[in-house]
Write a new protein. Structure first.
Length: 155
């Protein structure tokens, strides 16, 4: 990894190609040096999806830990953002919708990735959906995604 613009632009080593580095650019809103780019949260979402995809290819139990910690990093970034928005008066926390289930801020509940459709209208299941539904018992270790009957497990 090479820092091109501290905090904003990085070159990442590329594998299996001509050696041309990949560039990742984060948004810069600092006066005088502004430019478009992505944000850390979006990169974390990509890393979560990538880890799910890799685990669907070959199961490794520690991918569950990686996904958990990436999700916690994402939650902390979003916590910071919501706190800053409250400090600036962009919303009043007491007016945010709350969940009937637990009384906390309303989130999208039972958020399961809905299947996408291909050009023929056939369902294409996302890596996140496969990861959610697949068998994660010890016999699945080191193998492509496997599925057991809902509510039943071989262990």
């Amino acid at each position: 990894m090479k820092i091109i613009e501290p905090g904003h632009v990085y070159e990442l080593r590329s594998l299996d190609g001509d050696g041309t580095p990949e560039t990742i650019t984060f948004v810069n809103r600092e006066p005088g040096t502004e430019h478009p780019g992505t944000q850390t949260q979006e990169v974390l979402r990509a890393l979560i999806d990538r880890t799910m995809h890799c685990d669907n290819c070959i199961r490794w139990h520690s991918n569950d830990k990686i996904i958990f910690h990436l999700r916690m990093a994402l939650a902390l970034h979003e916590s910071r953002a919501i706190e800053r928005k409250a400090e600036k008066g962009y919303y009043a926390a007491e007016q945010v919708s709350t969940s009937d289930r637990d009384g906390h801020f309303q989130l999208i509940e039972d958020n399961v990735c809905m299947p996408q459709r291909d050009e023929n209208g056939k369902s294409v299941i996302s890596d996140a959906e496969i990861y959610l539904r697949k068998d994660k018992n010890a016999k699945a270790e080191g193998k492509p995604a496997q599925f057991c009957m809902l509510g039943k497990s071989e262990d």
